[in-house]
Design a protein around this ligand. Structure first.
Ligand code: CA
Length: 229
């Protein structure tokens, strides 16, 4: 079965270009030129992934992201302009999985899309007795991507999940930001190491929200991160 991707982008040239490229890769693709139309489709007939422009008529991309996150989890790649730096960080904090900056090459975008689907496939393949990793009063469910502590539970984005799973599986091992980018985003990802920091910050916030200690993901100054042994 082919994955279905929704492109929410009002610049028709970009939308059509991305549409053709994704089609060629074998994906089913829809386009919405307005934010409110995109949100309506996401909530009524959810695709497998959303490519979401930030500047959209009807409703801006960040608002679409915020509203969809209240209802469902779907991977989101933000399309941003160079000048959208703040929005990009806000978007990642709101749970976008990734972003590309305009102008981008279609190859770059397709690489990100594939990386997300690869992670989703990897999650599906998980089964057996090792479905839950427990440590420091938090439980990570490898099947549902839920993070639990006591009676409280929250759902992680695919990136947060992959990050936490990796760190929890190797407590005490220190990962550099570059290493995490390679392992989680894939080697073809050319990104800023600050992206890692934003996702770690989100994870800590979620752990804290559950009543856990955010410091179980420890910063190793000048290097990266480790999960407390
Ligand atoms: Ca736009």
């Amino acid at each position: 079965m082919s994955y279905r991707i929704l492109i929410a982008e009002d610049e028709r040239k970009i939308a059509d270009f991305v549409f053709r490229y994704l089609k060629k890769e074998g994906y089913l693709v829809d386009i919405k030129y307005r934010g409110d139309d995109a949100l309506a489709m996401i909530l009524t007939d959810p695709p497998d992934l959303v490519i979401l422009d930030i500047m959209l008529p009807g409703m801006d991309g960040l608002e679409v992201l915020r509203r969809m996150r209240e209802k469902i989890y779907l991977p989101v790649i933000l399309l941003t302009s160079k000048s959208d730096e703040t929005d990009r960080v806000v978007g990642l904090e709101m749970g976008a999985d990734d972003y590309v900056t305009k102008p981008f090459s279609p190859r770059e975008l397709v690489a990100r899309v594939k990386a997300i689907f690869r992670r989703m496939e990897a999650l599906k393949g998980v089964s057996g007795s090792a479905d839950i990793i427990k440590s420091h009063n938090i439980k990570l469910d490898l099947k549902t991507r839920a993070l639990e502590s006591g009676k409280r539970s929250t759902t992680l984005t695919s990136i947060e999940f992959s990050l936490l799973k990796l760190l929890m599986k190797h407590p005490g091992r220190v990962y550099s930001r570059d290493e995490l980018l390679d392992l989680i985003w894939g080697e073809e990802f050319i990104g800023e190491t600050r992206t890692v920091d934003v996702h770690i910050k989100n994870l800590r916030k979620k752990i804290k929200g559950l009543g856990g200690s955010p410091d179980i993901i420890r910063s190793v100054w000048g290097v990266g991160y480790t999960f407390e042994d």
